[in-house]
Design a binder for this molecule. Structure first.
Ligand SMILES: NC(=O)c1ccc[n+]([C@@H]2O[C@H](COP(=O)([O-])OP(=O)(O)OC[C@H]3O[C@@H](n4cnc5c(N)ncnc54)[C@H](OP(=O)(O)O)[C@@H]3O)[C@@H](O)[C@H]2O)c1
Length: 384
């Protein structure tokens, strides 16, 4: 009661008769501490762990992007994220920053349930136990059957408290591509294209290659930093001779390696002098001849560890992907231009039913619009 009234006088500016300066600050601190619950603290630290995880997106396949912070009370002591497959997991990165004294009785916040099986590195639950961490808070349950739901049991056996499901939705979203990869053996597929208002991928005649603005192309370039491979159809290679390289400085600084460049062909007559066969990343180019898209995707996942791929056209390949239900997400840049019937259509085939998008985000980039959303696999598109 007394504390409440003092606090109220303090925050409402009624200083008369109240101690000022350091004592007043102290009072504010006490009141703040009383009002912040453990749940608020957990959520705030999980947000910090998510920020760490976002640094790992695109770097870790065939492993998931994971972030971790270690804290005591409201104070974050260390942060970590998984940087590359085979490297230390996020928990280990954070643990390695701290002394035994600092770790004792601390809480680890991890975006994904800590692993309990040995992969390229030992199980993280062992490291947590050995470090003397007293409590573990995680977001998503690990969908990998080797680990799924096991961490809590193991930790409990060693007297370590654990709690899952904190900020579940964003934690699930960040591992969405990897969840598909680990549970189905297929990569997450993003269809990306720049298109005209009338749904065309190309301009009439010899007007040139680009439909969207430089700013849209820069934005699209960042997407390459999230994926493990970029797929194109043979005509796109023949017509555009694209480089398909990652040029986004932020992604390159994070250590992202060049995505694989994958060309699909049936006939096989490909230009030998094309950039993808002759530039300094030519060892990152794969050609699949007369293989179905499904087989190509499966092979990229199984043999090359690709958890996410992006199809960058053209219309025949995108049409094939949409008609076979192989697209998970679409990212389309719509330019304010009409190109007419002679242009290549975005979906270059008939569909047995329309496809709708879920969780749609619309962003204006200069004069262009970017529409990004998840393909609704269950329902046909709803025009309402
Ligand atoms: N606006 C944009 O964002 C954008 C992006 C990319 C491309 N484009 C434009 O799109 C045009 C090309 O589009 P397009 O529809 O003509 O062709 P495309 O989809 O680029 O290529 C079609 C060719 O790819 C091969 N192919 C496609 N699906 C295959 C599959 N499932 N399995 C095996 N091979 C497969 C076949 O190669 P073979 O012929 O060797 O049998 C097929 O003829 C280009 O002019 C380019 O400028 C625009």
């Amino acid at each position: 009661m007394l504390m409440g009234s003092l606090f109220w006088r303090f925050v409402s500016g009624d200083w008369q008769g109240l101690p000022q300066g350091r004592i007043a600050n102290c009072l504010l601190g006490v009141c703040y501490r009383v009002s912040v619950s453990q749940q608020d603290i957990d959520v705030a630290h999980m947000r910090a762990a998510l920020r760490e995880a976002s640094k790992a997106v695109g770097l870790t396949s065939p492993n998931p992007p994971v972030g971790c912070v270690i804290a005591k009370g409201r104070k974050i002591l260390a942060k970590g994220h998984h940087r590359y497959a085979g490297g230390p997991h996020a928990e280990i990165e954070a643990i390695q920053c701290l002394t035994a004294k600092a770790l004792k009785g601390s809480t680890a916040y991890v975006t994904l349930e800590p692993c309990s099986s040995k992969g390229k590195t030992p199980p993280c639950v062992n490291a947590i136990r050995e470090a003397g961490i007293g409590r573990v808070v995680y977001g998503s349950e690990d969908p990998n059957p080797k680990n799924k739901g096991k961490a809590a049991r193991i930790l409990r056996r060693h007297g370590i408290l654990s709690q899952g499901g904190v900020l579940l939705r964003p934690c699930d979203e960040i591992i969405r591509p990897w969840r598909k990869f680990i549970t189905t053996g297929m990569p997450w597929v993003i269809a990306k294209a720049a298109m005209s208002l009338d749904g065309r991928l190309t301009r009439p005649g010899n007007e040139g290659q680009w439909l969207s603005s430089t700013a849209s192309r820069k934005d699209a370039g960042k997407l390459r930093g999230e994926v493990d491979a970029i797929l194109i159809g043979a005509n796109t290679l023949r017509d555009d001779n694209p480089a398909l390289t990652l040029r986004d400085p932020a992604a390159l600084r994070r250590g992202k390696q060049q995505p694989l460049r994958v060309v699909l062909t049936r006939k096989g007559r490909l230009p030998k002098r094309a950039q993808v066969f002759t530039d300094s990343h030519c060892d990152r180019t794969l050609v699949y001849k007369a293989k179905s898209l499904r087989v190509v995707l499966k092979d990229l996942a199984a043999k090359h560890g690709c958890a996410s791929v992006m199809i960058e056209g053209g219309g025949k390949l995108l049409g094939d992907a949409f008609s076979r239900g192989l697209v998970d997400e679409a990212c389309l840049y719509i330019a304010p231009i009409f190109c007419g019937l002679a242009g290549v259509p975005l979906v270059g085939t008939s569909l047995s039913s329309s496809k709708g998008l879920l969780d749609v985000s619309v962003k204006r980039i200069g004069q262009d619009l970017r529409i990004r959303g998840l393909v609704d696999q269950a329902k046909v598109g709803d025009a309402s």
